[in-house]
Design a protein around this ligand. Structure first.
Ligand code: KG4
Ligand code: ZN
Length: 335
């Protein structure tokens, strides 16, 4: 079965075809980064308008590039939430309409379930059960994954998400959007010994996160020092270390609590090279297996939606003609 996946929850228009017979995926992505960069963050109305313009041509190109016709598509999956409501409506309306026109089933996919399952597209996928650390621009969650649709929330951010913290810190240091890659790049020039920032909420028990205090700490440090290039790099280094170390401490705790031996990291921040280095060390030390998606499937993409949709369509699920979107959607409510 070939499933067309459509991702439009935020600022990337992603389309993909997952082919279950070959266990292969092919995808195209249009990023809106340039469109939003001058505003320092995503402007929802501009995002929706751009998805409208880009989505159908991308789908057409994807089919042509792969020598496929609509008749060879067996189902359509689109992101139904969480995300920006206007952006979600574009993908849902087009996905649902194409499914009606092509006479195939359609399914609305949970964006974070898409991220969670993205490592399944790799040559050596994880097997259930596992602990997943989902770190994106909108979410920071530790989840116990027993099988598809059986998700127990172990902890999550009570304020900013990890990616959001990278983006806000980048903005206040005068770096570009999105902040994650910009901070990472600059941190390479940072002096590791100059600043040590706090690891929020690691002193008390539990698996929740909080990143907004760390952001304020960065702001105060930046305001009270000479604002030159070296200080900017030193702060970027100290912030990245503190954010990653905080994630590591909570992963270690989650693995201990659940006694599970497999850890999956997904979402935009999982593209971070330093995070991956730290995780590899943690995995070696604890004798656990660690799995990530390839970097292009860490950030938003259509491939993860096509795969998650395939899994659910195969299980017999599908969406009625009167589709709906869920800008806020708790993943533990899935089944
Ligand atoms: O998963 P994603 O593409 O979109 C959401 O679902 O939110 O994640 C985007 C987030 C942004 O906040 C971006 O700054 C962050 O992922 N990100 C990174 C890196 N690449 C992207 N954060 C840290 N290091 C990176 N290399
Ligand atoms: Zn995402």
């Amino acid at each position: 079965m070939r499933v067309l996946g459509i991702e439009t929850s935020c600022d990337e228009t992603g389309v993909a075809i997952y082919d279950s017979a070959q266990n292969s995926v092919t995808h195209l992505l249009h990023s809106q980064i340039e469109l939003h960069a001058k505003y320092g963050g995503v402007v929802p109305e501009l995002a929706s308008r751009d998805h409208i313009q880009k989505l159908l041509p991308l789908i057409k190109n994807l089919l042509v590039d792969n020598g496929l016709t609509p008749r060879e598509i067996g189902g359509i999956a689109y992101t139904a939430g969480p995300g920006l409501v206007g952006a979600l409506l574009v993908g849902s309306a087009i996905g649902r309409s194409l499914a009606w026109a092509w006479q195939v089933p359609a399914i609305g996919v949970h964006h974070m379930e898409g991220h969670l399952l993205a490592p399944m597209l790799e040559p050596f996928p994880p097997s259930f059960p596992f602990v997943a650390l989902l770190v994106s621009g909108g979410h920071t969650q530790l989840v116990q994954v027993d099988t598809i649709g059986k998700y127990t929330m172990l902890g999550e951010s009570i304020d900013d998400a990890a990616g959001e913290a990278f983006d806000k810190v980048a903005k206040l240091l005068g770096l570009g959007y999105p902040g994650g890659p910009a901070i990472s790049k600059l941190a390479q020039q940072g002096n590791p010994d100059r600043f040590i920032f706090p690891r929020p909420m690691t002193q008390r028990p539990g698996l929740d996160f909080s990143f907004s205090g760390l952001k304020t700490y960065v702001l105060n440090t930046w305001k009270t020092h000479v604002q030159d290039e070296q200080t900017r790099a030193d702060i970027a280094y100290a912030f990245e270390e503190a954010a990653i170390d905080t994630l590591m401490i909570k992963c270690r705790r989650a693995l201990k609590q659940t006694q599970l031996k497999c850890l999956v990291i997904a979402g935009g921040v999982s593209a971070n090279q330093r995070l991956r280095q730290h995780l590899t060390q943690l995995a070696n030390e604890l004798h656990v297996e660690v799995y990530y998606p390839r970097p292009e499937f860490c950030t938003d993409n259509g491939a993860m939606i096509a795969y998650a949709g395939y899994v659910r369509l195969k299980a017999g699920q599908s969406e009625a003609l009167n589709f709906s979107v869920h800008p806020r959607w708790n993943m533990s409510l899935l089944s």
